[in-house]
Design a protein around this ligand. Structure first.
Ligand code: C5P
Length: 285
């Protein structure tokens, strides 16, 4: 009986204010926190077991940001709409996310000028578009607009995943690891070890010094957070240091963000050769 009351309490919205982290901490004890087997420094990653019952307790929204111009990619068409194995990059991302979380609701953020192209692509590929929101000048502004498209009456403890539309090869295990850790903490971000040697550049932009690559991780998406925390964090004024959602959350005081194991295949399409790499990865599946 007490268990069912506790589950009802978790699901309800009464506790979704600043006292919520205390409940999250309780969940950390309750959850099975285990170091994942991963790379040289595996102990910095934490896996939280997540099962269907856990997930059923939380509504899930996914914001797919796809409003960038992709200037580094160098094509007329933004990279997220370029074809990868015969289908636009962002459609691969949405399909992977839908397969991982079939009960989620998705929002795609595109630039207003690209809406006719998006509608045309959806028709051509018989693709059921997520809810559309319009992007802004920065990724931060695009996420903020995507967040505003989540209904005001959504449960504050809903899980929100934010994913780069330019990462078409996101896999279900990564998505589920992020969800599991988001349930139990302030948020979760997938990360992978860095294989290249790294150097820190001096202020002069010429000198450099070696740094230990074991101290660093490359960060991927989707990044997961609770809706109420994200709303609070994205109400802060913009700062140029906001490179991803975790940095916005940290500014709002949500420090208990967990690194979970990402996937080396979850690449971000940045240059045209990334399409070739992604097609090679897809062909292995
Ligand atoms: O430019 P970059 O590859 O880092 O962008 C990451 C993701 O953020 C991409 O999917 C891009 O479309 C999206 N983005 C956006 N709005 C912007 C800038 C980037 O939705 N103003």
């Amino acid at each position: 009986m007490a268990f069912f009351f506790f589950m009802y309490f978790l699901r309800s919205d009464w506790h979704c204010n600043k006292t919520y982290p205390a409940i999250s901490n309780y969940c950390v004890l309750r959850g099975k926190a285990i170091g994942s087997v991963f790379g040289e420094n595996s102990d910095c990653f934490r896996n939280f077991a997540v099962n269907k019952t856990d997930m059923a307790l939380f509504d899930t929204y996914i914001i797919i940001v796809a409003a960038g111009s992709g200037s580094r990619f160098g094509s007329e068409i933004p990279k997220q709409f370029c074809l990868l194995a015969g289908k636009p990059v962002v459609m691969h991302a949405i399909e992977s996310l839908r397969r991982a979380l079939p009960d989620s609701r998705q929002i795609i953020v595109i630039s207003k000028e690209e809406e006719p192209r998006w509608n045309e692509l959806c028709e051509r590929y018989s693709f059921d578009s997520p809810t559309v929101a319009y992007g802004g000048a920065t990724r931060w502004a695009s996420v903020k607009n995507g967040l505003a498209a989540i209904p005001a009456e959504a449960k504050p403890n809903s899980i929100v995943l934010i994913h780069d539309g330019a990462r078409p090869l996101v896999d279900a295990p990564t998505v589920k690891r992020v969800c599991g850790a988001t349930i139990n903490t302030d948020g979760a971000i997938p990360a992978i070890a860095v294989s290249d040697s790294l150097r820190r550049m001096g202020k002069d932009g010429v000198s450099s010094e070696a740094v230990d690559r074991n101290d660093f991780r490359a960060i991927q998406t989707p990044q997961g957070f609770k809706l109420w925390g994200l709303r609070e964090a994205y109400s802060l004024p913009y700062q140029s240091s906001f490179t991803d959602d975790a940095s916005v959350m940290a500014e709002a005081g949500f420090e208990n963000v967990t690194l979970v194991e990402g996937s080396p295949d979850n690449i971000k399409i940045t240059n045209p050769r990334d399409i070739v790499i992604a097609e090679a990865i897809l062909s292995q599946e």
